[in-house]
Design a protein around this ligand. Structure first.
Ligand code: NAP
Length: 242
């Protein structure tokens, strides 16, 4: 098992939900964490929690779809900690609707956050990771990146493309000691989903379930490649019994 102590990680969307749980889990393992998101207040809350628990964290208010803001996140990590070992591309947004009348602005926004964001972040850290011959990128995709769901086209396509981005990133960089994993969660109770009508929260995944899987992946021996998107769902249908 690989020791994560004193490694540096960037977690996008670290101010809530899966990103918050992952940032806290990493910090608890002794990882120096940079969290980013657009809302300063959520980042400050999570940073306060991490520091109270003895962890090290830098919050950076930034939009992952903007190249200059992504560069600022990465330069904060480099200035504070010298390098980046781990990138968790977690920030994401949802926008439901059928493709036949899908709002074009919503399409552009979903693609910008869910696909352009992970591309920009990966592009910003890969040269450093290649130089140090060490790095691990984990993309938080979705079951919508593997399966078909009604009125889920824009989001689902952004996640299908994110899965492909992960595969390309892995293949182009695996000879440089860089590993890439893609996690495809089922329903997790977070800000994104908690008010969805008919969702049985008791039957959903928790953000900690995803953070546990992230930690497990990060602590495998360096020569182990875990390919294909990893689907993590619940045994019981979360759309029943609410
Ligand atoms: P969440 O609590 O809404 O988290 C999304 C995070 O992304 C927020 O912290 C948000 O912060 C950040 N974000 C959104 N747009 C951003 C931008 N342009 N730049 C930077 N940060 C941005 O929901 P979540 O469920 O934890 O979602 C995390 C990831 O899991 C997403 O990629 C989502 O697609 C995926 N996922 C969720 C579920 C589920 O059931 N919840 C299932 C499968 C996959 P700001 O608003 O402050 O920017």
């Amino acid at each position: 098992m690989t020791d994560l102590r004193d490694k540096t990680a960037i977690v996008t969307g670290g101010g809530s939900g899966i990103g918050e749980a992952t940032a806290k889990a990493l910090a608890a393992q002794g990882v120096n964490v940079v969290i980013c998101g657009r809302r300063e207040a959520s980042l400050a809350r999570v940073a306060g929690d991490i520091r109270s628990a003895g962890g090290i964290v830098h919050p950076v208010a930034a939009d992952v779809s903007q190249e200059a803001e992504v560069e600022r996140v990465v330069s904060t990590a480099l200035e504070a900690f010298g390098t980046v070992h781990i990138l968790i591309n977690n920030a994401g947004i949802d926008a439901a609707g059928g493709l036949h009348d899908y709002d074009v602005g919503a399409w552009d926004k979903v693609m910008a956050v869910n696909l352009r964001g992970p591309f920009l972040m990966s592009r910003a850290v890969l040269p450093r990771m290649r130089q140090q011959a060490q790095g691990h990128i984990i993309n938080i995709s979705s079951e919508s990146g593997i399966e078909y769901y009604e009125r889920d086209g824009g989001y689902g396509l952004s996640k299908h493309a994110l899965n492909a981005l992960g595969e390309y990133t892995q293949r182009e960089n695996q000879e440089y000691g860089i590993r890439v994993n893609t996690i495809c969660p089922g329903m997790v109770v977070t800000e994104m989903t908690r008010d969805t009508p008919g969702l049985n929260h008791e039957r959903c995944l928790t953000p900690d379930d995803i953070a546990d899987l992230v930690l497990w992946l990060l602590t495998r021996r360096p020569n182990i490649k875990i390919g294909t998107p990893i689907l993590i769902q619940t045994m019981l249908n979360p759309w029943e019994g609410a």
